[in-house]
Write a protein that binds this ligand. Structure first.
Ligand code: NZQ
Ligand code: ZN
Length: 385
């Protein structure tokens, strides 16, 4: 196992009827900006519950944060905060609203053009406004991590920032708030969380026994409850487990002290920036092909994954690896996520567009070994056709 430091200051408040806890969690004298997405939080009544819980405080609101939050939209929120007395942010929504809020928190007092924060992947962040979250969509783990992903529409670039300044102070996870989710978003969430675990686990053996067993347990939980979350949308225990597994998938524990990949995510971000495909859906296209191309360098972990997660024990090594990849692809497809570029009418010509974007964003040495060059990314994309 490698040396590591683990730090996660986000307080989690989990369970039914917990939005009222905001009254204790948000400082009494705070001047709060509530940030939210399109219409879902208003329609579901979640926003009203939040307003009621904070009734004694000065509140402003910023709505209209889109899925895959844009720099253009979030800079309007930055201006609003700069021109007001706001000193505390509250995100109410999914990963997009939370990520957008993290960016605002870091950008408000940033000197210079805030897009540089993304170009430097957050290394230049020196502080951030405090913020909390009310999560409505289990998927990204943003509610308990230090990552945000922002899209610059003008530049067709989707880049991430990582900074310990943007951990949420607290996150409220009420599984009943997910009941109104469209099933497409539930399926996306299952697959996104699954692939977060895979990116931190399916690399090469590193003697991280705790991390491996944790990852395998979380993956098996997703396999067990994935379809149930779609078929029984108001089963509290299923939604509660989905919410906690998605948070646990990307709060730093699975990946502490072990090699991490993330090439599927980086290629996927380019597909979202260019073609607007949902984040999780881009991952479902890239991951099976990525595993295929890396079957040699990932051999040890692919066999372990096949045996421990899918129970594959028969056949020779090549057959077992084939089966592990096939099970992964079927899992995504059975949840309704297609796994080929051609399913989105993308073909050979589009591959060069994606490669050009990867090059422009410096994504030329991806993966746990830094050997996913543009040529390897091209091979992965070709295998995704
Ligand atoms: O905009 P509204 O009307 O609120 O609708 C949203 C949105 O259209 C809807 N929704 C959310 N909660 C709902 C609901 N509809 C009904 N009932 C509810 N309770 O769902 C739609 C998608 O929301 P979004 O926040 O975009 O989804 P998700 O949570 O999957 O977030 C995706 C974003 O997170 C980034 C992705 O790249 C993408 O931009 N990621 C962030 C990560 C992180 N911070 O650690 C890691 C991930 O790998 C990922 O990259
Ligand atoms: Zn993801």
């Amino acid at each position: 196992m490698r040396n590591f430091e683990y730090y996660n200051p986000t307080k989690i408040i989990f369970g039914k009827d917990t939005i009222g806890r905001l009254d204790d969690l948000v400082p009494r004298d705070a001047r709060v900006l509530i940030l939210y997405g399109g219409s879902s939080a208003e329609k579901s009544g979640t926003l009203d519950e939040v307003r009621r819980a904070l009734a004694d405080r000065s509140i402003r609101e910023f709505g209209g944060i889109e899925a895959n939050p844009t720099y253009e939209t979030m800079m309007k929120a930055v201006e609003l905060v700069r021109n007001s007395e706001v000193d505390f942010l509250l995100a109410v929504g999914g990963g997009s609203v939370i990520d957008g809020t993290k960016f605002v928190a870091a950008a408000v007092n940033f000197e210079g053009e805030p897009w540089h924060i993304l170009e430097e992947h957050g290394r230049n962040i020196r502080g951030a406004l405090p913020f909390g979250t009310v999560l409505t969509l289990p998927a990204t783990g943003s509610e308990m991590n230090e990552v945000a992903v922002i899209t610059n529409k003008a530049k067709q670039a989707k880049l991430d920032l990582i900074s310990s300044f943007v951990f949420p102070r607290f996150s409220i996870l009420d599984p009943t708030k997910t009941y109104t989710l469209p099933l497409r978003q539930v399926a996306n969430g299952v697959v996104d969380a699954f692939i977060h675990i895979i990116e931190q686990y399916l690399t090469y053996p590193a003697n991280g026994m705790v991390q491996d067993r944790l990852a395998e347990g979380l993956l098996q939980t997703l396999i067990e409850i994935g379809a149930q979350a779609i078929n029984s949308p108001d089963d509290y225990d299923v939604r509660a487990n989905l919410m906690w597994v998605a948070t646990s998938a990307l709060n730093g524990l699975v990946g502490a002290g072990v090699p991490q990949d993330w090439s599927t995510h980086m290629i996927g971000h380019e597909l979202t920036a260019l073609y607007g495909i949902d984040h999780a859906r881009t991952l479902a296209i890239i991951l099976p092909a990525n595993l295929q191309i890396h079957r040699e360098s990932k051999r040890g972990k692919l066999l372990q994954y096949g045996e421990r997660v899918w129970g594959i024990t028969s056949g020779n090594e090549e057959q077992r690896i084939d089966q592990a990849i096939a099970h992964t692809r079927s899992f995504f497809e059975n949840l309704g996520l297609q796994t080929r570029l051609s399913d989105y009418n993308l073909g050979v010509d589009d591959i060069e567009r994606v490669i050009a974007q990867l090059e422009a964003h410096g994504m030329t040495q991806l993966g746990e070994n830094g050997d996913v060059t543009l040529e390897i990314s091209r091979q992965i994309l070709q295998a995704s056709l």
